[in-house]
Ligand binder design. Structure first.
Ligand SMILES: NC(=O)c1ccc[n+]([C@@H]2O[C@H](COP(=O)([O-])OP(=O)(O)OC[C@H]3O[C@@H](n4cnc5c(N)ncnc54)[C@H](OP(=O)(O)O)[C@@H]3O)[C@@H](O)[C@H]2O)c1
Length: 278
């Protein structure tokens, strides 16, 4: 019989980055579907509202992806208290905006560590339990930027393209195991993301300013995070590995279709023009 609620398939979930934005919407969606959720923040006081609204079913977890060993240790402690996670959503992330050559390379490296290397370490920690039980779902929140890179956000684009590549690898590797992998690629959503973007040297160069204005416009006019949670719920209920593109029509459907059929040079030109760089 087809599942009608996510809890028909998954009883426990860990979601990273649940203090705001998409992560909070994913956690609320799962709680509404009667899934018990362990939600993370670097500062669990930021999760007090969700914990108060869902006593006994939402557990705050302190987890900081800047330190892989500590993040994996937090994950393992939460996994033990949950008796195993059926579902893990790698959602946490942030933006960093500046000139690739102008900014300090340490800033780009730090973003790659948080959003790619240490996020992959959480996937690596999450899968053994699922594979041993022959059941589970790993969800990696990538971005449309994996296909359409955002100018002046080079490490973000690298991290998301790498994360999507990891998801693709794991989709093949987990075939027939009972574990599914979702590569979720949201377009622009109206979250705290824009406000929390780290502005690095080179961010105030004229081209960068035009690119920032276009980026900010798209973020502010994007759909609310609940819209992405609806797409995630639908994908989880399908219970099949796959890529999930979500967002406004142009970003979720038309753009990716164009990227598949048009020469790369053309999509690059459209992209540059859109960001005021042509
Ligand atoms: N908004 C969009 O348009 C959009 C589009 C495509 C993809 N995405 C992706 O969706 C995910 C969520 O983004 P959002 O828009 O919801 O952003 P957001 O509102 O800024 O939320 C980001 C979350 O990530 C957590 N976080 C940031 N740095 C962290 C670190 N070092 N360790 C652990 N957690 C950390 C934050 O938690 P604390 O600050 O509480 O620790 C926060 O809960 C990100 O991976 C983003 O790249 C967003």
């Amino acid at each position: 019989m087809a599942a009608t609620r996510v809890s028909d398939l998954h009883r426990t979930a860990l979601v990273t980055g649940t203090s705001t934005g998409l992560g909070r919407a994913f956690a609320n969606m799962l709680l509404a579907e009667s899934v018990r959720v362990w939600g993370t923040s670097r500062e669990t006081a930021r999760l007090a509202g969700t914990a108060a609204a869902h006593p006994g079913t939402f557990t705050p977890v302190t987890l900081d992806l800047r330190d892989a060993a500590a993040a994996v240790a937090s994950f393992r402690a939460a996994e033990e208290s949950a008796g195993g996670f059926d579902l893990v959503v790698n959602n946490a992330g942030y933006g960093a905006f500046g000139g690739f050559a102008t900014a300090d390379f340490a800033d780009w490296r730090a973003q790659l560590e948080v959003m790619l290397v240490n996020t992959a370490a959480l996937a690596h920690a999450a899968l053994p339990g699922m594979l041993a039980r022959g059941h589970g779902a790993l969800v990696n929140i990538s971005s449309l930027a994996a296909e359409f890179p955002l100018p002046f956000q080079p490490a973000y684009n690298m991290a998301k393209a790498g994360l999507s590549a990891l998801s693709e690898s794991l989709m093949i590797e987990t075939r027939g195991t009972g574990v599914i992998v979702l590569d979720v690629r949201p377009g622009d959503y109206r979250t705290d993301f824009e406000g929390s973007v780290a502005r690095l040297p080179g961010a105030d160069a004229p081209g960068a300013k035009r690119a920032w204005a276009a980026f900010a416009r798209m973020m502010r006019s994007g759909p609310p995070p609940d819209h992405a949670a609806v797409a995630l719920r639908r994908a989880l209920l399908r219970n099949r590995s796959g890529t999930v593109r979500t967002g406004r029509f142009f970003q979720a459907v038309a753009g990716p279709l164009l990227a598949r059929v048009a020469p790369l040079a053309l999509s690059r030109r459209i992209q540059a023009r859109y960001f005021g760089l042509d």
